[in-house]
Write a protein that binds this ligand. Structure first.
Ligand SMILES: Cc1cc2nc3c(=O)[nH]c(=O)nc-3n(C[C@H](O)[C@H](O)[C@H](O)COP(=O)(O)O)c2cc1C
Length: 207
């Protein structure tokens, strides 16, 4: 089981795509969306939170996976969630996108939400923790917080545009970041081809 958190930075679509791909790979996903993220989802994806399982509803409405049965979603204040405890053996955790506020909470062990608590658990249990921070420019405080959690073992994967894959749309850019996370998780990635395997124009550019 993979834990995925979506926090209130721009680009929640990256977290949604990751969850869709994990579900398509028949992976069980435990997901948490912060309250701030729901506001950004409304703004960027025109989806207004509704019902008891809004993430499941949102993903089902996009029609890109049939496997929503493998998705469990938890409220960010629900410390009774299995994700709040190291006794739950989740394989890895991804925070995508990660706001600077959540980054700060993780860096300082300030676990006042399920997301920051689950990250705290990941670090203390030495589990794989992938952080996709989204802010620009970065202040020294942001950089120091990233430094701190990198020293604690987390992987920092900024959502940087891959010009070399010749993206044609924002969907292509999102899929590239999603694919990078899948690669780090050691999961199947069909979202972009590894360098040198492309039958298309990237090869020609190298030549
Ligand atoms: C439209 C919008 C976009 C935002 N984008 C970012 C962002 O890219 N990075 C960031 O760190 N905060 C961003 N924020 C601010 C966070 O949402 C805010 O700090 C919030 O408290 C984060 O809470 P959370 O970490 O619990 O999700 C944005 C806010 C709004 C309304």
């Amino acid at each position: 089981m993979i834990a995925v958190a979506i926090t209130g930075a721009s680009g929640p679509i990256m977290g949604i795509r990751l969850i869709e791909e994990l579900l398509n790979n028949s992976e069980e996903v435990y997901a948490v969306v912060s309250n701030a993220s729901w506001q950004i989802i409304e703004h960027e994806l025109s989806y207004k939170k509704k019902g008891s399982f809004p993430l499941t509803d949102l993903i089902a409405s996009r029609g890109k996976t049939a496997n929503t049965g493998l998705l469990k979603e938890f409220d960010d204040k629900d410390f009774f969630s299995p994700l709040a405890s190291g006794s739950t053996l989740f394989e890895a955790m991804v925070v995508i996108p990660c706001s600077m506020k959540t980054l700060s909470g993780i860096a300082h062990g300030y676990a006042d939400s399920l997301i920051t608590r689950a990250c705290d658990v990941s670090i203390k249990e030495k589990r794989k923790l992938i952080i996709v921070p989204r802010e620009t420019p970065l202040s020294l405080i942001h950089i120091e917080n990233m430094h701190k959690i990198a020293l604690a073992g987390a992987i920092i994967l900024p959502p940087v545009i891959s010009f070399y894959t010749l993206p044609k749309s924002t969907d292509d850019m999102v899929d590239f970041i999603t694919g990078k996370v899948l690669n780090l998780l050691g999961k199947k990635n069909t979202l972009f081809e590894s360098w040198g395997n492309s039958s298309g124009s990237t090869k020609e550019i190298l030549a």
